[in-house]
Design a protein around this ligand. Structure first.
Ligand SMILES: O=C(CO)[C@H](O)[C@H](O)COP(=O)(O)O
Length: 218
């Protein structure tokens, strides 16, 4: 099924959460692409955007949004991004587009994380459909894969892909996700892991879910 229209719909809804003069954190991906298109329409009201990836920076600049360097600010009111999966507790799996590290950094300094998804992303248990992405320093690939196997996960190195920081992504299948926060903290502690795409420590504050029936807010 094609969810383009639902991605656009939820992106339009997110604009209602912005106010004049705001600096906004912007995620990465096809849903965010629609968000950036909407931001262009109100670009005169937005002070600027902190971008989570090179691709979003490119789209933001093309749509006349001023880019703000994250190291020149200490906090951010709102971060808007999508997710690969989100549960009822607003925990997410992110990193399908490989921008998880930038996304985690910006969301960590943001007061409010607004997650915008179409209905296909809502799950009862995160990790049930989508593999868990891990950004890894290339030298540590083999070691991290071994550690993931010890946890019962099946690691697969993403083919022909490097992150904005020159690292690789390991997608992990069949990981036990009964305690997402514990798993997030443990994987982040493995040497060579830059970050894991489990967002349980920093969850979304507001989740907007679009369907044919309208927008549901969690
Ligand atoms: O985490 C992400 C990128 O790293 C994206 O938010 C996630 O992959 C969803 O993408 P899309 O909006 O294209 O469905």
């Amino acid at each position: 099924m094609n969810f383009k229209h639902l991605k656009k719909k939820v992106a339009i809804e997110a604009i209602n959460y912005l106010h004049s003069g705001i600096t906004i954190g912007v995620g990465t991906g096809s849903t965010v692409f629609y968000l950036i298109k909407e931001l262009k329409k109100i670009s005169h009201l937005i002070y600027g955007a902190v971008s989570s990836s090179k691709s979003s920076t490119y789209f933001l600049k093309n749509n006349k949004i001023n880019i703000i360097n994250i190291n020149q600010i200490n906090s951010l009111q709102i971060y808007i991004d999508s997710a690969d999966e989100v549960d009822d507790k607003k925990r997410m799996i992110k990193g399908g587009g490989g921008a998880l590290t930038g996304e985690k950094i910006i969301s960590s300094i943001s007061d409010i994380f607004i997650c915008i998804v179409d209905k296909s992303k809502k799950v009862s248990k995160i990790g049930s459909k989508f593999p868990i992405p891990i950004e890894v320093i290339p030298m540590s690939t083999s070691y991290v894969c071994q550690e993931i196997k010890k946890l019962g996960g099946i690691p697969k190195v993403r083919k022909n892909f490097f992150t904005d920081y020159g690292n690789i992504i390991i997608d992990v299948y069949h990981l036990n996700m009964s305690n997402p926060l514990k798993t997030e903290l443990y994987i982040n502690s493995i040497v060579g892991v830059v970050t894991v795409g489990i967002f349980a420590k920093k969850k979304a504050d507001i989740v907007l879910i679009s369907s044919e029936n309208g927008i549901k807010i969690l």
